[in-house]
Design a protein around this ligand. Structure first.
Ligand code: LMR
Ligand code: MN
Length: 427
């Protein structure tokens, strides 16, 4: 039969052992199946290796056990070492399950050998090249992704998925923005094709903003919103809950956070002192958001968790924050001091999610400092709070003197249910 496993034992006894192992696997008797298929006499049998892998895989799934899952993946990879003797059909069957489990485990680099042998067997399928690129990017190895992209685009210069990822690498790794824009534009031409995804519209628009090509950026943002990839042209966060009330500036009195705001305002002098006393711990902003100047921050809470020992440095601030669990427990936000030097300009950008609202408490040197959120620009005042939704485009200027200090407190969007606050993955 064309589609048999290679290395099927010629001996009747061992063939029956494999049949029995297969039956045990069907019955959920994983360790019996595994023991039987693992007999040394069967080392050269692909079917035995398949059954071993399947047994570990099924047990890992039932027990939700990552150690077993790793063992299953190793067993699948072991079977794939026989790839040259596997039929196309069998190779695909094994490879797809292996890749699925590798993705589930989150160990993206171990997908490489699988894609390499798929590419060798099916050299005319760009999808395998592209998925290898994606695995490398997921593993934070843009350097490796870039090499694959070079090979892919040499073979298929117009492949839209490859072009989009190339744009992403050009932008984020090399800051080669003009070239990134060109690649994205080809990939997203006519708003059709397999590369039309929110993140590529986001990065195309962001590249244009970085280049100061605002009118073109706006066109892209309108297209992205029309395609349903953005909540609106100005609200471009990528991790959203759809039904939440959208507005750039919020009146704190109309939220459940009035008590928190008043408590912060009452204690602003102590909060300022705590923020200034910890100056040595501030870290420079490193996301490339500022176009010029100096900007540094001191995190107190990140993703709903205190940075270890941080609150010892800011006890008053932390105790007020802790009085509102929607702030201290906001897993999609932070609590931090933000210090901006005179002459700083933070370019237009958006936050990652619409699930939080951002409260600011002005602490020092707020004169001639400005924040634009969507279409409306406001100013901080020392000892006063305001609140905005940072998933809308915003931009900041410090045209005054001295260090402008503010305390930033993110809170859950009031429309989120308790269940959502518990279950949304952190950002
Ligand atoms: C921002 O969220 O980008 C700014 O509001 C931060 C800041 O310090 O003003
Ligand atoms: Mn921001």
């Amino acid at each position: 039969i064309e589609d048999d496993w290679p290395g099927e034992p010629s001996d009747q006894y061992w063939r029956q052992q494999l049949d029995q192992a297969e039956e045990e696997l069907r019955q959920g008797e994983w360790s019996a199946a595994s023991k039987r298929a693992g007999a040394t006499q069967l080392a050269g049998s692909a079917r035995a290796r398949w059954l071993l892998a399947r047994a570990a895989d099924a047990e890992a799934e039932a027990r939700r056990d990552n150690r077993l899952l790793t063992r299953a993946i190793t067993a699948y990879l072991d079977l794939l070492k026989m790839n040259e003797r596997l039929t196309d059909h069998k190779l695909l069957q094994v490879a797809h399950r292996t890749l699925d489990r590798i993705r589930f485990r989150g160990n993206y680099l171990s997908a490489e050998p699988v894609y390499r042998l798929l590419i060798r067997r099916f050299p005319d399928v760009p999808g395998y090249y592209n998925n290898l690129t994606i695995s490398f990017l997921m593993a934070n190895r843009a350097d490796l992704a870039e090499q694959v992209l070079k090979d892919t685009l040499k073979k298929w210069p117009d492949d839209r998925v490859a072009l989009a990822h190339h744009g992403f690498v050009l932008k984020t790794r090399h800051n080669r923005l003009e070239e990134a824009v060109e690649a994205f534009q080809k990939a997203l031409q006519n708003d059709t094709g397999p590369a039309t995804e929110s993140r590529f519209y986001y990065h195309l628009g962001d590249s244009l903003l970085l280049l100061g090509r605002y009118a073109e950026a706006h066109e892209v943002h309108k297209r992205g919103a029309a395609m349903g990839y953005f909540l609106s042209p100005s609200q471009r966060s990528l991790y959203n809950v759809d039904r939440l009330k959208s507005r750039p500036w919020w009146n704190i009195e109309q939220t459940p956070y009035t008590k928190l705001a008043r408590a912060l305002e009452r204690s602003w002098k102590e909060i300022l002192k705590e923020g200034e006393a910890a100056k040595a711990l501030y870290e420079k902003e490193k996301e490339g958001l500022k176009e010029r100047g100096e900007w540094s921050q001191l995190d107190l809470f990140v993703r709903g968790q205190e940075i270890p020992n941080r609150c010892k440095r800011a006890p008053v601030t932390c105790s007020i924050v802790r009085s509102e669990v929607a702030a201290s427990g906001c897993r999609r936000g932070q609590v931090k001091f933000s210090a901006m030097e005179a002459g700083t300009h933070v370019r237009p950008h958006v936050g990652p999610t619409n699930c939080r609202l951002r409260m600011h408490l002005g602490l020092s040197n707020t004169k001639d400092t400005y924040i634009r959120v969507d279409k409306e620009t406001r100013q901080w005042q020392v000892g006063k709070t305001f609140m905005f939704d940072d998933s809308f485009e915003h931009e900041v200027w410090h045209n005054g003197t001295g260090t402008r200090l503010v305390l930033i407190v993110d809170v859950w969007h009031p429309d989120l249910t308790p269940a959502e606050r518990r279950s949304l993955p952190p950002i």
